[in-house]
Write a protein that binds this ligand. Structure first.
Ligand code: ADP
Ligand code: MG
Length: 384
């Protein structure tokens, strides 16, 4: 967490509430190394928490109310926690209010709180500012009320906040990454069992870097298409006679291709091959074989673009430009249709890749993306 952001959040809290916060809590954003659109199919994901994230300054109240402010948004929340209900709530306050609702619903008595948040993450770019917001607020509310909750359980409550109150259906990857992230590691999560395997992700010392390319393209079609893809996966699993696509191999998908038809065949092929790529990436990282990880990123992008059809012109351009400039591999990261791409690059090629991507966008008449390095950082925590 930057000291500068902590100081701004602390003083803004005092200005809005009229008193000092009881503490500051931090939760990071995340980048998914590989394993895209697998989390709602009971599959594997392999994200890591990053150094950008969200700070919540908070204090307990005794009147049952939750008041919230954000440095990024004008809207102010002021609700009675007992009266919160699931269902679509508009605006950013749905996330902290959803978190309070989920804790309350889990039987954790909340007496009320004032919360002010600020972030170093871009909002809506696919780096998971929503999960960082939920987890920073969730940790703050839990600790202020002396509740002892496992990190993993808090992540699952945050997912309920996002799905049931903010009305954004999602798997639990983002919240698990924010709560369980570990410095210097990517975490392979089996979303069926919630088993977490922290795998060393050595970059700088090994002469590599991970570069995020934020296209600034809003994920326009994301909502409708996300629901459609989920439904298609469910349908493909039904046709193959299994509970979820986790339960079939790529070979079984091939064997069922006629029954599936072209579209469902390609959707199922993406999910099953992507699960294998995650496990291969875990093995490659353990063997310190970064070039192999690069190949897997490349294959993941092709699969997301051609089989799952969730890429975008800008994401394809970012990936191609980065690869042409020498990246070991690159792919869209996050749900797609916009947002960010991720490139694995030799440390001495970072500037060249950034420049090549910028040139490619300018040459295509597109607004320049921002490029920045990311490294695996620790999970949500209290900041003293
Ligand atoms: P992502 O999680 O990838 O950034 P989402 O669309 O899931 O994208 O979440 C972005 C939304 O989360 C924002 O539009 C806003 O409503 C909310 N949000 C996240 N961080 C903050 C913040 N610090 N202050 C206010 N709202 C926030
Ligand atoms: Mg999000």
């Amino acid at each position: 967490m930057t000291a500068e952001l902590a100081a701004r959040v602390r003083s803004a809290f005092a200005a809005r509430s009229g008193y000092e916060p009881a503490g500051l809590w931090w939760a990071p954003g995340r980048v998914n190394l590989i394993g895209e659109h697998t989390d709602y199919n009971d599959g594997y994901v392999f994200p890591f928490a990053i150094e950008l994230g969200t700070v919540a300054a908070a204090a307990r109240r005794d009147d049952g109310r939750l008041r919230c402010w954000s440095l990024e948004e004008d809207a102010v929340g002021d609700v009675s926690i007992a009266e919160l209900e699931p269902g679509r709530v508009d605006g950013w306050t749905a996330y902290p209010q959803g978190m309070a609702w989920a804790l309350h619903d889990a039987g954790i008595g909340l007496t009320g709180a004032d919360v002010l948040v600020g972030t170093t993450l871009p909002l809506g770019s696919g780096l998971s500012s929503s999960a960082a917001l939920e987890c920073a607020v969730g940790l703050a509310l839990a600790e202020l009320h002396g509740a002892r909750i496992e990190r993993r359980d808090l992540a699952l409550l945050a997912q309920r906040a996002e799905t049931e109150v903010a009305g954004v259906p999602s798997g639990a990857m983002d919240q698990l990454a924010a709560m369980l992230g570990r410095e210097g590691h990517a975490i392979c999560i089996d979303t069926r069992t919630l088993h977490v395997d922290a795998v060393p992700l050595e970059l700088g010392d090994a002469g590599f870097a991970l570069v995020v390319i934020d296209t600034h393209v809003p994920r326009r079609l994301a909502d409708g298409a996300y629901g459609e893809r989920r439904a298609q996966c469910g349908e493909a699993a039904r046709i193959l006679g299994v509970p979820t696509l986790r339960d079939v191999s790529p070979e079984e998908v091939e064997a069922g291709s006629e029954d599936l038809g072209d579209v469902l065949h390609r959707r199922a092929r993406h999910v099953t091959t992507e699960n294998e790529r995650v496990l291969d990436a875990v093995e490659a990282l353990r063997a310190r074989d970064l070039p192999r990880v690069g190949e897997l990123l490349h294959a993941s992008h092709a699969s997301l673009r051609d089989d799952y059809e969730v890429s975008a012109v800008e994401l394809d351009l970012a990936v191609t430009a980065a690869t042409d400039a020498g990246a070991l591999g690159a792919r869209m990261t996050g749900a797609g249709f916009g947002g960010c791409a991720l490139a694995l690059v030799a440390a001495d090629r970072v500037a060249a890749v950034g420049a090549a991507v910028a040139d490619a966008f300018t040459g295509a008449g597109l607004a320049e993306p921002s490029t920045f390095e990311v490294a695996p950082a620790g999970g949500a925590r209290r900041h003293d």
